[in-house]
Design a protein around this ligand. Structure first.
Ligand code: DOR
Length: 413
């Protein structure tokens, strides 16, 4: 039996906060309250720390198969665990792309053998991500939770309409990277958001819009929701926190917003316009980055960046942040995660709210360090990450999958 007890800790989730003990038995929250004594349990001292449900990332690139110099499933999992994430949805723009059951199965099997974070593959909408022909949705459906050509938009409206119908008939979502090629930034996004909202309304298909960056897109989504269109939307930490004025023209898709647009995005976020914050963790080698590859390696800095800019500034409570990093994305993915509640998956993060650190070269477990915030001081250090009752990250170290191993490491210290 695997028993983990976190004692005397401040517990915060999307439904509120309390102080006491959290017990995880065989991977699920089994008891919540005060002063338990569980013989044989591994005990973590929560004094001075805050326990949150594990974070769920709707959107990451682990580059496996195909780009081992940027990242692979192992280093991506290390980075996720370091960032407090226990479940990660990985995009299909690998090489080969995840457009066949073979690739999806490879990802699932490798993730299972690593035994760190849970990895949920996304299947490509079109064969080879070429935007010409739909993949075999029914064949992919048993292995993926959603479909997306993320990295680029699906330009053809007829394919997107078919994709929405087919995915929904299989109980899956379509994740749209809303960006027409060859158009200027805001127009490229807003036009595809508008089209996809129309298509979702016409087909009744479940649409999730990825990394929205234009306040006008968000307004359209709000109106569509009010009209009953089945749509959800995510925003990234970098689009919320980093402006073009402050961080130059750091390459990322969609591009960083100007300060005025960023503030409008923040206002929309604070009004509850998004169901989730997703990292769009997009690791690139220094060489690829120098040649203009778009993307920010962000899964390790997501929580501290948001905690520093929103919670410490008094804009958002930690409970609200937990909704965006855990419950919101877990609901979109249909996972029994995101709350510290008996019967839910025993995934959690122990955070040191008053500990600050500088994001330096040694901070990263990812293979890539492409972020414009190197050198920045952030608050909210992740002290431990627990996935189904197993401590997978602890005090600066990624631990193995084995419960007895991690027990030894923790008890010896
Ligand atoms: O900046 C980005 N990088 N945006 C995307 O949509 C794709 C990602 C990547 O795969 O590098």
């Amino acid at each position: 039996m695997n028993l983990l007890l976190i004692r005397n800790v401040r517990v915060v989730d999307a439904q509120g906060e309390w102080r006491g003990d959290v017990a995880i038995r065989d991977g699920v929250f089994a008891a919540l309250g005060r002063d338990f004594s569980w013989p044989g349990a591994l005990v973590l001292d929560g004094e001075g720390r805050t326990f949150l449900p594990g974070f769920v990332d709707l959107h990451a690139h682990f580059r496996d198969p195909g780009f081992p110099k940027k990242e692979d499933l192992q280093t991506g999992s290390w980075a996720a665990a370091h960032g407090g994430f226990t479940a990660v949805s990985v995009m299909a723009n690998t090489n080969p792309p995840c457009d066949s059951p073979d690739v999806a199965r490879y990802i699932l099997e490798k993730a299972r053998s690593l035994g760190l974070v849970e990895i949920y593959p996304v299947g490509a909408i079109t064969v080879g991500l070429r935007g010409e022909k739909l993949t075999d949705f029914p064949a992919l459906a048993p292995f993926v939770w959603a479909f997306s050509d993320d990295g680029k938009g699906v330009e053809r409206a007829d394919l997107m309409a078919q994709a929405l119908r087919l995915a929904t008939s299989l109980g899956k979502r379509i994740l749209s990277h809303p960006e027409f090629s060859g158009l200027e930034r805001d127009l490229a996004e807003e036009l595809m958001v508008e089209r996809d909202l129309h298509l979702a309304q016409a087909t009744g298909g479940f649409l999730h819009l990825q990394h929205l960056s234009s306040p006008r897109s968000v307004e359209m989504v709000q109106k569509a929701k009010a009209a009953g269109v089945p749509v959800t939307a995510e925003v990234t930490p970098h689009h919320l926190c980093l402006s073009r004025e402050a961080f130059g023209e750091y390459a990322v898709n969609p591009p960083l917003p100007r300060e005025e647009a960023r503030l409008a995005l923040v206002r929309a976020f604070l009004r509850g316009a998004f169901e989730a914050v997703a990292t769009d963790h997009a690791p690139h080698t220094a060489q690829d980055k120098a040649q203009g590859a778009p993307g920010i390696s962000g899964i390790e800095t997501a929580f501290p960046l948001l905690f520093t800019n929103f919670v410490r500034q008094g804009l958002l409570s930690l409970s609200e942040l937990s909704r965006y990093l855990s419950l919101g994305p877990a609901r979109i993915m249909g996972l029994r995660k995101g709350l510290v509640r008996v019967g839910y998956d025993g995934d959690g993060v122990l955070v040191e709210e008053d500990e600050s650190f500088v994001v330096d070269e040694n901070f990263f477990f990812s293979k890539s360090r492409n972020t414009p915030i190197v050198g920045t001081r952030l608050w909210g250090r992740i002290w431990a990450t627990i996935r189904r009752g197993v401590v997978i990250f602890w005090n600066g170290h990624v631990l193995g999958r084995d419960y007895d191993d991690h027990r030894q490491v923790i008890q010896k210290s």
